[in-house]
Design a protein around this ligand. Sequence first.
Ligand SMILES: O=C(O)c1ccccc1N[C@@H]1O[C@H](COP(=O)(O)O)[C@@H](O)[C@H]1O
Length: 214
Amino acid sequence: MTRIKVCGLVRAADVDAVNAARPDFAGFVVDVPASRRSVSPAEVRALAARLDAGIQAVGVFVDAPAATVAELLNDGTLDAAQLHGSEDAAYVSALRALTDKPLVQAFRVASAADVARAEASAADRVLLDSGAGSGRTFDWKLARACKRPFFLAGGLEPGIIARAVEAARPFGVDLSSGVETNGAKDPEKIARAVAEAHGADAPEAETTRAREQR
Ligand SMILES: O=C(O)c1ccccc1N[C@@H]1O[C@H](COP(=O)(O)O)[C@@H](O)[C@H]1O
């Protein structure tokens, strides 16, 4: 099973669709004016409260003040924070001092050097992407070389998830544009994406199976 995060929820109806499909993570882009998926801290509090238990709420931030991120983690609104801007090691360490909650650092991958930067991150998990909600894929062979568990993002959609998992061997996949129709989250695409990801083998499953066969 490969974990899946459905990102960029903005309406109560989006949360209801996610509650029905049951991905592992639901993402909210918080206070990013450049994104059409941006929600305010007050909106994310209301949306996350509507999310079913068992689905983890992830806040997606772009160079936000560490105190703002920590507040939403520590007050129980969010289960994890995804850092999707140009946050550096000093930022991750400053945020780490403010919260025990998991931190996911996103890296835009255009070369092996970008994967090496992700491998060196002090964050709990890393995410390899082509951009930020760009809807574009990148060379999955680069991601496959990553020596730590990672989320694969960028241009994923129902119908190509199994192929992406086979090519990149991620811990989880992360989708936003690919589960939208006319710019709004599409319940049917979300359900298909969750079923496809959960039906795809993640590396840890492969390892367990190999161990059992020995
Ligand atoms: O979705 C956004 O608008 C966004 C804005 C700022 C930072 C990150 C954003 N989204 C992240 O982009 C990837 C997937 O995008 P897509 O499937 O290619 O549309 C995912 O990690 C989102 O969290």
